[in-house]
Structure formats: C-alpha cells, structure tokens
Write a protein that binds this ligand. Structure first.
Ligand code: ASC
Length: 128
C-alpha cells in the first residue's frame, strides 16, 4: 500500500519513534527518574500495545535499501523476524493488562519482558 519504499521506511520509523517515546516514559517512572503515575503509565502501556501493531506493515520487500538501521537480514529471515515482532506485540498486550492492576511487581515484570522483546530483535536485526 506504499507508493515508494521510502514511505514504508518513514511509516515504520514513525511508529518506532512513538513506541520509544511511550516506552521510555514508562521506564523513567519504573526507574524512579520521575514519580510513578498509574494512570499515565496505563495510558502509555495502552499506546505501546496499539502502536506495536504498526511497524510490521512498513517492512515491505525492497525497503532494505538506503540509510536505515534495518539490516537486510530481516528480509532474509523474515519468518523469524515476524515471530519476534509477534512476541513483542504479545508482551506489549500483557503489559497493557498488567498496567491496569495495582500489582507493581507484575507491572515491572511485564515491562521487562517487553523491553527484552525490543532488545532481542534489535540485537539481531538493527544496525548498532
Ligand atoms: C527503550 C528503547 C529501546 C528499548 C530497549 C529495551 O526505551 O528505546 O530500544 O527500550 O532498550 O532493552
């Protein structure tokens, strides 16, 4: 559905940027860099769960060219990449549910799992 591969690249990068903003703020709250606000945290977790559905669409064939951090390996190992993306989406959905509870340990665990999904994929498929 993209006219140019640049549009696909812009689409996925925009989604990742929004995810990083929301996830980063949750991290700041859990690390005590700012006060924990349960309502804001839950809103951000909801945002990440919804946003996690978006980037996959931008990884279209042929969009591995140019100045992006996406390694060509993504398209060579698309099945594994897609599985990692799905794991991220599942973890983000669980985090959004945990964030509605008052169970701080469960929230922290769900946050860590989601962060592991981010890192697990970056380690393999993102240029350092
Ligand atoms: C972030 C961010 C990432 C992930 C990753 C988690 O806040 O921008 O890429 O968390 O560092 O390990």
């Amino acid at each position: 559905n993209f006219k140019e591969s640049d549009d696909a690249i812009h689409y996925r990068q925009s989604a990742f940027g929004l995810i990083a903003h929301n996830f980063g703020d949750m991290g700041a709250m859990l690390k005590g860099k700012k006060p924990f606000d349960a309502e804001v945290f839950a809103m951000r977790a909801q945002n990440v769960a919804a946003l996690s559905q978006l980037p996959a669409e931008g990884f279209v064939a042929g969009s591995d060219k140019g100045e992006t951090e996406a390694l060509a390996k993504i398209w060579a190992e698309k099945t594994d990449f897609d599985a990692k993306m799905t794991a991220f989406q599942d973890n983000a959905a669980k985090l959004a549910i945990a964030a509605k509870s008052e169970d701080k340990d469960a929230i922290k665990a769900a946050f860590m799992n989601t962060g592991k999904s981010c890192k697990g994929c970056h380690d393999v498929y993102k240029k350092d």
